[in-house]
Design a protein around this ligand. Structure first.
Ligand code: 3HC
Ligand code: NAI
Length: 704
């Protein structure tokens, strides 16, 4: 293996190359190498200029996140960069790929910056719940101004080379060979007698309190409940209030402190969990993914249309099938309407839309699917219909085509049996709106082939989704855990909590939307129909999902009818109280013998909803429906609006302690329907051992 930091000197130009695949994350070895090289160059009078460049697919993608949380080996990057910036020769930093976080901080310690035209530069730290810690909060405002700097820290989104140049973050853009361009730039600097140009010597224009207030307002929306943005403001404030060296000390305290916050632990956990999901025991490189260049989608309704958009957005041709032309026309019109909204919002050009629409063909004949690589069935949720369709697919599709169903509740083992190729059948469970939501549950049947599972993960990546594997069970991972969570929300309104009280407690906890508002949005009828079709999945508690049934009985099914848990004005999604519904729910409670209470606290609402969800998660883990606790966390944060700053339900449970969760479950079990509050055996066992889901999983993986 090549050295992570190497040096070559030619004609007075020193080239430092960082080479640490895959993404040149700034490990201790790189820090040590850069420090030694800097010390060597500081003494070398023959070197007239320095170029720093990275090998491989990208410039440094930031600090090595796997080092966070423990004691970091010396030297510290911030100190290495002080010496690097102090070099007597002009330094040109050459950027390509994705220069992120600590990577950009290295570039800021250089004196001149040249970027490949495809390069992207950004500070994703906020997505990890941390504050930049290699002096970015002091150098970036000195280079591009405090306002632009805070904007970059808050957005977490990288900017392209052109935008970086407009901001003053890079000086030049290289069209061709980056190394050659950077060396030529260095030679020109030498020729023109240009020496070091240190960012630390610049002054920062202070932000006004009004500008800071605007940033706070932005953070309240964009990073709800997080403390990191406030820490960013405090660090950047030091850039104008204090001399550089003191500002550096302030940043050190703030950034090091940010690494210890629960939100940073949670968000770093998700970073790795999201990368681990595709690692499926038993599936190896030999299980080569089948290529998916074209797809058929059966059913052009809510889901079929959205799935078609997801494919077209990724440049994959799709053929939509529906029962008649009128249904197809409706489906295509909805797709077009959704794209038009993106154009109106400036997210797409009309030309983008045309290009995508040409990728979506429509047909009423299954024969149009004979050459496609993958079919996704998204028709009504009826077993007989789905089985009929899979028999038909077995007849028309070419050998090796992947046959997928988007079913939310049906048994995929049974669907697979309708074909003579069950190994090719899989569940691809999208979430509505399918063109937007990141989550894709990949559901393996007992017979699904390993290469088909590998293909599903590869496909997820291609259509920019995050795939999580589940085994077949009612509701898979996500909806199965949603069941007890929503059960408690519904039961709480029967006990006298208002829907607004329930939803705001959940939203204050951090859920993107309270569950009762979600029901109103998706349609109360949807859940009621699922219950009716699956009576065996219920509970012996007569109050189980009664609130939904009561509303459904009045056709108060949510936004569609203007009334549900809330009342809605025509054309508006704003929630208003719906006293008639509350009165009816109170009557129902009386019939069920449930006493209404006025002492329901926010804490009780959160505990009942979230703990019961965690308990189901423990069962899912024990049964092997989900591979790891982290997989459940990814499902919940990318598909169900669970707050990233809490890391997902299983991580959250580990953080607050499993004995706390168990004590809550036992407490509510005594008061409520005991059968629904049976603690999961795994939860009981781990709580008794003072263990965590994470440690349990780690020990289990070690044993293999
Ligand atoms: N630290 C450690 N490992 C990292 C890493 C990092 N900063 N960035 C990526 N990796 C690892 C991934 O875990 C993955 O490992 P695996 O192959 O074993 O699963 C491998 O590198 C490849 O990563 P991806 O699968 O994500 O590759 P992509 O090509 O899809 O994406 C990327 C590349 C855009 C660089 C993406 O990996 C990314 O966004 N990385 C995170 C960057 C980041 O957050 N940097 C800021 C760090 S914090 C910081 O710098 C603090 C500073 O102020 C000191
Ligand atoms: P939908 O009712 O909006 O659309 C179903 C479409 O299938 C209609 O256009 C209908 O004409 C068509 N169709 C019916 N029979 C057909 C046949 N024999 N051949 C071809 N087309 C036929 O339904 P929706 O909401 O899109 O759901 C579809 C599937 O996706 C269901 O299995 C559902 O459980 C699942 N799902 C739904 C989610 C949602 O939020 N709506 C989320 C995830 C999964």
């Amino acid at each position: 293996m090549s050295k992570p930091v190497s040096l070559s000197i030619e004609n007075g130009i020193a080239v430092i190359t960082i080479d640490s695949p895959p993404v040149n994350a700034i490990s201790a070895a790189i820090r040590r190498g850069l420090l030694t090289t800097t010390e060597q160059l500081a003494k070398d009078a023959n070197v007239k200029a320095v170029v720093l460049i990275c090998a491989g697919r990208t410039f440094m993608a930031g600090a090595d996140i796997s080092e966070f949380g423990g004691t970091m080996a010396p030297p510290e990057l911030r100190n290495v960069l002080t010496d690097f910036e102090s070099l007597p020769q002009p330094i040109v930093v050459a950027l390509h790929g994705t220069a992120l976080g600590g990577g950009v901080e290295v570039a800021l310690a250089g004196h001149y910056r040249i970027a490949d035209k495809g390069a992207k530069l950004g500070f994703p730290e906020v997505t990890l719940g941390i504050v930049p810690g290699a002096v970015g909060t002091q150098r970036l405002p000195r280079l591009i101004g405090a306002e632009n700097a805070l904007k970059m820290f808050f957005d977490g989104r990288p900017v392209g080379a052109e935008e970086a140049k407009a901001l003053g973050l890079v000086d030049e853009i290289a069209e061709g060979d980056l190394r050659a361009a950077a060396i030529a730039y260095a030679q020109r600097l030498v020729k023109e007698g240009k020496g070091p140009r240190r960012v630390r010597d610049n002054k920062v224009e202070p932000l006004t309190e009004a500008q800071i207030a605007a940033f706070r307002a932005q953070a309240a929306k964009q990073h709800k409940g997080m403390i990191t943005p406030e820490l960013d403001i405090a660090a950047v404030r030091a850039s104008w209030e204090l001399p550089f060296a003191q500002g550096l000390a302030v940043e050190r305290a703030i950034s090091d402190g940010s690494l210890q916050t629960p939100e940073s632990r949670a968000m770093r956990h998700l970073f790795f969990a999201e990368r681990e999901v595709a690692d499926v025991p038993g599936i190896t490189a030999a299980d080569k993914p089948r290529e998916v260049k074209s797809a058929g989608i059966i059913g052009s309704g809510t889901m079929g249309g959205g799935i078609a958009m997801a494919f077209a957005n990724a440049g994959i041709a799709v053929t939509l099938i529906d029962i008649d032309q009128a249904a197809l026309d409706r489906g295509l019109a909805t797709v077009r309407k959704n794209y038009d909204v993106s154009v109106k919002r400036g997210k797409m050009t009309p030309a983008d839309v045309d290009q995508r629409m040409t990728l979506i063909k429509a047909s009423t004949s299954y024969d149009a699917l004979k050459d496609v690589d993958l079919v996704i069935e998204a028709v009504f949720e009826e077993m007989t219909l789905k089985k009929k369709i899979f028999t038909e697919l077995d007849r028309v599709c070419k050998p090796g085509a992947i046959l997928a169903t988007n079913t939310s509740t049906l048994d995929i083992n049974e669907i697979a049996k309708a074909t003579k190729r069950p190994q090719d059948v899989i569940g691809l469970h999208f979430f509505s709106p399918a063109n937007v939501m990141r989550l894709l549950e990949i559901v393996r049947s007992d017979a699904t082939g390993n290469d088909v599972i590998a293909s599903a993960f590869a496909l997820a990546k291609k259509i920019r989704k995050i795939g999580v594997l589940s085994k077949v069970c009612f509701g898979f991972i996500g909806n199965r855990m949603m069941d007890p969570y929503a059960r408690e929300a519904q039961r709480l309104v029967l006990e006298g909590a208002t829907p607004a009280q329930v939803d705001s407690a959940l939203e204050n906890f951090g859920m993107a939307m309270g569950i009762l508002a979600v029901f109103d949005m998706a349609g109360v009828d949807v859940g009621v129909k699922v219950r009716k079709a699956n009576p065996q999945q219920g509970s012996s508690d007569p109050s189980f999902y009664r609130a939904d049934a009561v509303l459904f009985g009045q056709n108060w099914i949510g936004q569609k009818t203007g009334k549900g848990y809330y009342r809605y004005e025509q054309g508006s999604r704003e929630r208003h109280p719906h006293p008639e519904a509350q009165a009816l729910l109170a009557e129902e409670a009386k019939k069920l013998g449930i006493a209404q209470r006025t002492d329901i606290t926010e804490q009780e609402i959160v505990e009942r909803c979230i703990y019961s969800m965690i308990n189901e998660g423990a069962k899912i883990l024990e049964e092997g429906v989900a591979l790891r606790p982290g997989d459940i966390d990814v499902v919940y944060t990318s598909g169900y609006g669970f707050p990233r700053r809490r890391g997902g339900p299983m991580f959250f449970a580990d953080e607050i302690g499993l004995s706390t969760v168990l004590a809550g479950i036992e407490k509510y079990g005594k008061r409520l329907h005991a059968e629904d509050w049976q603690p999961a055996p795994l939860l009981k066992k781990l709580a008794a051992e003072n263990g965590t889901f994470a440690a349990w999983h780690a020990a289990r993986s070690k044993k293999g």
